[in-house]
Design a protein around this ligand. Structure first.
Ligand code: 4AD
Ligand code: MG
Length: 467
């Protein structure tokens, strides 16, 4: 039998404990405790579940003393034995060990995450090992459940998953600064003292990593109806905050024959679906987040599932903020972009739940948003949630070619390079709408984690691109 044919996952054993049968488990030691009576209790985790399996090693085992002496946090091992009903303890079952083989040693003096209590900051230095801790293991499983649920949600509704490019010549989203991609030898160029010639570069023109898959998503929506993208996006904004990453994942649905109301309805159903999935499929992880990360997290997530989202216009929100009597670090005036403190005040203090703000001033939003009849606002919507602020940004798109062309010009963008985008209006344009959900902000919201760097396995932020 191969290794995988021999192995049983701890999650299966805990779900369906076949008391009296034998099992082989492979994993990493979390803790070890020796009793005076001459047995060792070893907590094993194999990543398949939040909970560990307790292995009881009797001192009658051959080489008991030398084997047990080599078990430390992080040691990997294979154990075989009988599943027996547990006396007390968290689980109903434990493994009465009959054979134990150490697969990989772990020097307790050198293992960087050996301590019981470590700060998230400390663990950020060890992103390659931190998934072995309760918190980061739980976050990895939550991320997976949320990602699978995203596909499930759209698949159920007949949306087609479109793979939009990572490298693109189009940097005109106006969504933060893009990372340029080049094969030009920069050191050589600097030494030559010449200006770069991008016609000689790999693509024959300047290109960058995508800041959003939306524009390409629109092309497919105007062919296939309902589509979505889900992939990495890159923004070189120098914002060292707890809610910004330089590399993050974004989900962007785009619907043809849809308006702003359809967009809001989709966003609300989508967030409800994802929050429900987390509560139903990660109950153990959610309980842990409530106990150890943020006491209010389950209530907030349930609130998203159960209550309708409050919908109001940007103008109404600005009035609320101005008459609030609250002192904000940034003053609010109609026309200014809302800061995170304003968003959080609205969603946490005033409405105590998710809020959708619509109809923002056109000056603070992207060129592609549909201009309203008032000429001052666009059909934009942002979804705000407690603990995070903006989690979703979207809009009904401008479908009138003349208005869109003048918006492109007004914003100082190139009509020529957006000619393909204008084609989508030139040939069979239709009303359409979509939005983008920042996947890490979602994971942050659902887990209650305070810093976005801790909800992506290997965070990229200004000054940090190592492991
Ligand atoms: O509001 P944004 O910039 O919207 C767009 O990019 C549109 N193209 C979306 C669309 O209509 N298809 O970004 C969407 C979401 C934000 O609401 C936020 O949740 C997240 O992406 N986001 C970030 N998440 C982490 N780090 C950053 N630097 C982020 N910037 C935006
Ligand atoms: Mg936004």
């Amino acid at each position: 039998m191969s290794l995988r044919q021999t192995r049983q996952k701890i999650t299966e054993i805990l779900k369906n404990p076949a008391i009296g049968s034998s099992a082989t488990v492979m994993g990493w030691v979390r803790t070890k405790r020796e009793s005076k009576a001459g047995v060792a209790f070893v907590e094993i985790n194999d990543g398949s579940s939040f909970d560990n399996l307790q292995a009881v090693v009797p001192n009658t085992l051959a080489d008991y003393a030398s084997l047990v002496a080599r078990l430390y946090p992080g040691t990997s091992l294979q154990v075989r034995g009988q599943l027996v009903a547990s006396q007390g303890g968290r689980q109903a079952v434990e493994l009465q060990v009959e054979s134990l083989e150490i697969l990989g040693e772990s020097d307790p003096l050198k293992y960087p995450i050996a301590k019981q209590k470590m700060t998230y900051e400390h663990l950020r230095e060890f992103t390659h090992l931190r998934a072995r801790t309760n918190t980061f293991g739980a976050l990895a499983r939550l991320r997976d459940v949320l990602a699978q649920s995203i596909h499930e949600f759209f698949h159920q509704r007949g949306f087609i998953w479109v793979h939009t490019p990572i490298i693109t010549a189009n940097d005109c989203e106006g969504a933060g600064k893009a990372f340029q991609v080049t094969t030009i030898d920069l050191a050589k160029l600097a030494a030559s003292g010449k200006a770069p010639d991008f016609t000689q570069d790999f693509f024959g023109e300047p290109v960058n990593l995508t800041v959003s898959g939306q524009l390409e998503g629109e092309a497919y929506a105007l062919s296939l109806g309902d589509v979505y993208t889900f992939g990495p996006t890159f923004r070189a904004e120098n914002s060292n905050t707890s809610r910004h990453l330089a590399e993050f994942w974004m989900v962007e649905p785009e619907m043809a024959f849809a308006d702003l109301e359809d967009d809001m309805d989709l966003a609300e159903a989508f967030l409800k679906h994802l929050c429900r999935a987390a509560l139903e499929q990660c109950p153990r992880e959610m309980e842990f987040f409530r106990e150890r990360v943020d006491a209010g997290v389950i209530d907030r997530v349930k609130n998203v599932v159960e209550s309708p989202f409050t919908r109001l216009t940007y103008t109404e929100a600005v009035e609320k903020l101005k008459s609030s009597g609250e002192t904000f670090q940034y003053p609010v005036e109609w026309g200014s972009d809302l800061q995170s403190e304003h968003e959080r005040w609205l969603t946490e203090k005033v409405y105590q739940g998710p809020v959708i703000l619509t109809d923002y001033p056109k000056e603070i939003k992207a060129f592609y948003m549909k201009v309203s009849d008032d000429g001052r606002t666009v059909r934009a919507m942002d979804v705000l949630v407690p603990h995070i602020g903006e989690i979703i940004g979207g809009a009904q798109r401008e479908d009138r070619i003349d208005v869109l062309t003048s918006r492109i010009q007004e914003m100082g963008l190139s009509v020529e390079s957006l000619s393909w985008y204008l084609d989508l209006r030139r040939f069979g344009g239709v009303p359409h709408a979509g939005f983008g959900l920042g996947f890490e902000r979602l994971v942050q919201f659902v887990s209650g984690m305070g810093n976005i760097r801790d909800v992506i396995p290997f965070p990229r932020t200004p000054g940090h691109a190592g492991i």
